[in-house]
Design a protein around this ligand. Structure first.
Ligand code: ASP
Length: 310
């Protein structure tokens, strides 16, 4: 795999291979010196045009744990503010000869343009409402650790599906792994063509208890150009996942950042059913696996190279 642009490009075998490699990297984080030399001498450039806490920190940590050099480029405070285009920014930064560019941006599909302007491997860290492939991989990884396999698991994705790149990538990944996916939320926040992705649609949470996993989405107010719900209070009254709606054996996930009191009540966020911090931790090993895949095994047909010991 030369680039990771979308989950659409991955089959089940590849998702499993990435998860298995991520599992092999777990042990690196438990060492006193949390480093292996796998990507020594390689340069990873994080190019972030949108806010990020988890994704940016975990890509940086992942690259450093593999001994790569990391350059963090944040659009605010750069020449982007002087009007420099994406193309010119990528051409400019490519003059530094990065081996991998990790890009987050508000423009759907933009990461797929980068290979025209750079020789670096490209990893999509979230592009507008389109995809967030590494989030989906870390969510599959987290669930595999909990459930063993996802085959037959009933996963409900609840909330603002319309504006969520996570929903799109996760539907593709969960289905590829054999799960049954239901989307639930206000009809105004469910895209019209979403049934084509092979999911069930619900406009209420009456049958939520049938789910094995409840995956809540953030209300993405920054992407809303009109009012999709009467008010956040009314949204919460019907769709908030709280301890009345969440059964004791159901697992709870959320990609972060959480709006406490909107899509989730504070008590379920902090409950033992919540996998939210496990998802964050999984982000580091899964992104190590992705960087390793595009940089260390990129040109091999069926990579067999394993991480090297320190
Ligand atoms: N952090 C995720 C994303 O970047 C989810 C969110 O922002 O709600 O898409």
């Amino acid at each position: 795999m030369r680039h990771l642009l979308s989950i659409e490009q991955l089959d089940r075998r590849t998702i499993e291979r990435l998860c298995d490699r991520a599992a092999a990297f777990e042990e690196v984080g438990e060492r006193d010196i949390k480093k292996v030399p796998a990507l020594r001498g390689r340069t990873v450039l994080n190019l972030f045009y949108e806010a990020s806490t988890r994704t940016r920190s975990s890509f940086e940590l992942a690259a450093k744990r593999l001994s790569a050099d990391v350059v963090n480029f944040i659009a605010s405070g750069s020449s982007v503010e002087k009007g420099e285009s994406l193309k010119d920014t990528v051409l400019t930064l490519s003059a530094h000869r990065p081996d991998c560019i990790v890009i987050r941006c508000p423009w759907a599909g933009a990461p797929a343009l980068l290979p025209r302007w750079t020789d670096a491997a490209v990893v999509n860290a979230g592009d507008g409402k389109h995809e967030h492939p590494t989030q989906a991989l870390l969510d599959v990884y987290t669930l595999r650790r909990r459930l063993g396999a996802l085959d037959g698991a009933r996963i409900w994705i609840v909330g603002d599906v319309m504006h969520s790149r996570v929903a799109r990538s996760n539907i593709l990944a969960f289905r590829a792994m054999g799960a049954h996916v239901t989307l639930a939320g206000p009809p105004t926040l469910l895209p019209r063509d979403v049934e084509e992705l092979g999911v069930e649609i619900r406009s209420d949470l009456r049958d939520l208890r049938r789910a094995d996993v409840v995956y809540a989405l953030r209300m993405q107010r920054e992407r809303m150009t009109e009012a999709h719900v009467p008010s956040l209070r009314e949204y919460a009254a019907v769709y908030q996942i709280d301890s009345r709606r969440l059964g004791p054996r159901q697992l709870l996930m959320h990609p972060g950042p959480v709006n406490r009191g909107v899509e989730l009540s504070g008590d379920v966020v902090d409950s033992p059913q919540s996998l939210i911090l496990e998802q964050v931790a999984a982000g580091v090993v899964v992104r190590m696996a992705v960087l390793y895949e595009v940089l260390a095994t990129a040109r091999a047909e069926d990579p067999v190279t394993e991480p090297q010991p320190a």
